[in-house]
Each structure stands twice: as structure tokens, then as C-alpha cells.
Design a protein around this ligand. Structure first.
Ligand SMILES: Nc1ncnc2c1ncn2[C@@H]1O[C@H](COP(=O)(O)OP(=O)(O)OP(=O)(O)O)[C@@H](O)[C@H]1O
Ligand SMILES: [Mg+2]
Length: 237
């Protein structure tokens, strides 16, 4: 799904948190959003998800002119995902039930996702008994279940071990390549961005300071702030 941001401004208590003049998220791409703590990444992704109102400006989904957030074909996975107080299977089924999938189609999709995620043995496990990494994988399986056109992820692999990170990255690649899902992932891991993403957006103090092809932004940043961030220099506001 193409997304166009135009003069997007978000303020909290009179303080400007996000200010993006213009940004085009390309259909079918896998975007990484990086930047220091407090840069406005989570706020921005919540606005794109339609969960946080803008003070001014527009976000267009698909084609201009203005359209409302297409909630039925997009989803956001929070950094600390919230699962329904039921089994793993029922959590993953939930978006499919809402969308009127048949029992057979739901059964096949859940089985496939559990297998791909390495979660088959947890099918009937209660969600509150899962570890952090298992919870994150179930949240991702639930988000991917209905093959969204836009998948938004806020630091999905923070506090996750390398083997689970590998599974999550494999699944995101699969959604992007096979199911043509446009993906936006916020990450503090530049190596992950390099492995996974086609495009990178560097945010600093609410602005999208630099964006473009991931290799180009990481290897040949044009903005000094991007360069300093990549080199690991602390950016003091
Ligand atoms: N509901 C809120 N009310 C007031 N200020 C807020 C609110 N949500 C976020 N902020 C502020 O907005 C700024 C941007 O926060 P945001 O969570 O978007 O940053 P971030 O880039 O995701 O940072 P991190 O890398 O630490 O997750 C921060 O200074 C934060 O304190
Ligand atoms: Mg954040």
C-alpha cells in the first residue's frame, strides 16, 4: 500500500513531537524507521496506524485524494504486545473470525502460521503462560494472519533472543515478498535494518531527516545527523 504523509504535525502539551513535511512510503517496500529515543518514531507509527490523531496535515492510504485509515487491511504490533486472555490459537484466529473466514480456511492458516513460527506445541497454551519471545511471535502471527496490506511494527525484536529474531525476520520477509505486504518496522538495530529492509527512514526530533535505499542511507548518509547516528555517536538534543 502506498502511503503519503503531507505536513504531518503532532504536538503534546504544546510541544512539537512529529513534523514531517513530506514522506512517501512505497507500496511493497520494507521500511526501517530508526532514530534516537524520543525522536517520535512510535508516535508516527501510531498516527499511520490511525490510532493517534494528527494536529494537522494528512496521511493518505493507497491513492489520493484523502482516505480514512483502512483498518481492515492494516495492523500494528506494539512493542509490548497485548494478547487476548485465551489460547494461542484463539488469539491468532481472532482477526480471521472478524473478517468472516470459514472454519476450514482458519484452521489451515493457523496451522501454517504456528508451524512457520515454531509454535505448534503452544497451540492450546494460555496466552498469559507464554514467555516474552513466544508472546511476541504469537502477536506477529495474529497480525499476519489475515495477510494485511500494511504491517506496522514497533520494535518487535527488542529483548528477543537471536534465534527468535531470525524467525521473526524470516516471517516479515515472507509477508513482504510472498504476500506483498508493505512493512514498516521501528528498530534500534542497524544490522537488522540492513538485513531486512529495502528502505530506511532516519528520524530525529520529529523530523524524517533522511530516507532512501537502506544501503545508501547506511553507507553514504548525506545528512551529518544520520552519519553521527550510524557511527554510534550520541545525539544530544
Ligand atoms: N501521550 C503523550 N503525552 C505527552 N508526551 C508524549 C506522549 N507520547 C509521547 N510523548 C513524547 O513524545 C516524544 C516522542 O516519543 P515517541 O515514543 O514517539 O519516541 P520514540 O522515537 O518512539 O522513542 P523510543 O526510541 O524511546 O521508543 C517523547 O519525548 C515522549 O515523551
Ligand atoms: Mg518508541
Amino acid at each position: 500500500m502506498n502511503i503519503y504523509l503531507e505536513n504531518v504535525i503532532k504536538e503534546y502539551e504544546g510541544k512539537r513531537i512529529v513534523h514531517i513535511d513530506e514522506l512517501h512510503i512505497k507500496n511493497g517496500a520494507l521500511y526501517g524507521f530508526v532514530g534516537p529515543n524520543g525522536a517520535g518514531k512510535s508516535t508516527l507509527i501510531k498516527m499511520i496506524a490511525g490510532l493517534e490523531p494528527l494536529n494537522s496535515g494528512n496521511i493518505y492510504y493507497g491513492h489520493k485524494p484523502k482516505s480514512n485509515p483502512p483498518f481492515e487491511i492494516m495492523t500494528l504490533v506494539f512493542q509490548k504486545p497485548y494478547l487476548l486472555r485465551t489460547t494461542v490459537e484463539k488469539n491468532i484466529l481472532y482477526p480471521l473470525r472478524l473478517r468472516g473466514w470459514t472454519e476450514k480456511a482458519m484452521e489451515e492458516r493457523v496451522t501454517e502460521l504456528l508451524k512457520d513460527m515454531g509454535l505448534s506445541e503452544f497451540r492450546n497454551q494460555k496466552s498469559w503462560k507464554l514467555s516474552g519471545g513466544e508472546t511476541q511471535k504469537v502477536a506477529l502471527a495474529r497480525a499476519m494472519s489475515f495477510r494485511p496490506k500494511l504491517l506496522l511494527l514497533d520494535e518487535p525484536t527488542a529483548n528477543i533472543d537471536p534465534s527468535t529474531i531470525a524467525i521473526i525476520e524470516k516471517m516479515l520477509r515472507k509477508a513482504n515478498q510472498e504476500e506483498k505486504t508493505t512493512v514498516i518496522i521501528i528498530t534500534h538495530n542497524l544490522q537488522q535494518a540492513k538485513r531486512l529492509c529495502s528502505d530506511l527512514v532516519f528520524m530525529h526530533r520529529g523530523n524524517a531527516v533522511e530516507h532512501g535505499d537502506v544501503e545508501k542511507v547506511l553507507n553514504h548518509p548525506t545528512h551529518s545527523l544520520t552519519q553521527r547516528f550510524i557511527e554510534g555517536e550520541l545525539i544530544v538534543d
